[in-house]
Design a protein around this ligand. Structure first.
Ligand SMILES: Nc1ncnc2c1ncn2[C@@H]1O[C@H](COP(=O)(O)OP(=O)(O)O)[C@@H](O)[C@H]1O
Ligand SMILES: [Mg+2]
Length: 237
């Protein structure tokens, strides 16, 4: 589904992403873990074609990430996602539906489907101003799922939510597992992903230290900090 081949992104002399290669298979639930500034969002922006790698290649669904067609089956939730406070969840979803070419009854039916998926049925007519952060985030996730994308890219989907909000998003993500969707998410929180994802990459200062199954990467009772220290020490051996 996704292939990064020796990808580097320089901002001036600084390499935010430094010669990274990995693959994500169809149906995989992948978490990219790393502290703030590691380069996670920079990878997402390259996956979505917002910026181009300085060198290397990214292939999505058999196409170069620089080809807009590669994004046809991709849904995206940005970091610090916001909904204008004067729109209801439904109005927000209908605006997004129009961006993927749905209108009239088709748009309403599709908005209704995603409202169900993100457990926001019954709340869709309230203005976003009245939503909790978790509810706004679930509407954002719903917008990313309009049109049944095969690949969902989520940048810090749970960061900043309270424990109930976290559990609600996690439940939505776990339910998607049965739909054969590929999910790629970024996080700086280990607890957020260890229950949801199959595989993880540990990113630090632009490099991927490891990409493997969660069970291999996280030993019993370890925190993300413990995992980092273990891999960084291994790097320095
Ligand atoms: N457009 C840019 N210009 C210069 N530096 C940038 C730009 N975008 C990101 N960076 C830098 O690249 C590094 C990685 O950023 P980012 O990918 O946002 O990290 P993360 O998402 O892991 O927190 C940071 O040091 C950030 O300041
Ligand atoms: Mg980021």
């Amino acid at each position: 589904m996704i292939k990064l081949d020796s990808v580097t992104k320089q901002f001036g002399a600084f390499a935010a992403v430094d010669n990274i290669s990995y693959e994500i298979n169809n149906g995989e639930y992948f978490a990219l873990l790393g502290p703030n500034g590691a380069g996670k969002t920079t990878i997402v922006r390259m996956l979505l074609g917002f910026i181009k790698p300085t060198s290397g290649r990214i292939i999505i669904n058999g196409m170069s990430a620089t080809d807009p067609k590669s994004r046809q089956y991709v849904g995206y939730l940005s970091e610090n996602h916001m909904i204008p406070s004067y729109l209801s969840g439904l109005e927000y979803l209908l605006r997004h539906a129009s961006l993927i070419g749905l209108s009239g009854k088709d748009a309403v039916v599709e908005a209704d489907r995603v409202l169900e998926t993100v457990a926001m049925k019954g709340e869709e007519r309230k203005k976003a101003a009245a939503y909790s952060r978790g509810m706004k985030q679930r509407i954002g996730l719903g917008a990313a799922m309009l049109g049944r994308p095969k690949l969902l890219i989520l940048d810090e989907p749970i960061t900043g939510l309270d424990p109930i909000g976290i559990r609600e998003i996690r439940t939505v993500l776990e339910n998607l597992r049965n739909n054969g969707m590929t999910v790629v998410l970024n996080s700086h929180l280990l607890s957020e992903v260890e229950k949801t994802c199959d595989t993880a990459g540990i990113m630090y200062k632009g490099k991927i230290l490891v990409k493997d199954s969660i069970n291999t990467i996280v030993k019993n009772d370890e925190t993300l900090e413990d995992v980092f220290i273990r891999y960084i020490e291994k790097e320095n051996e």
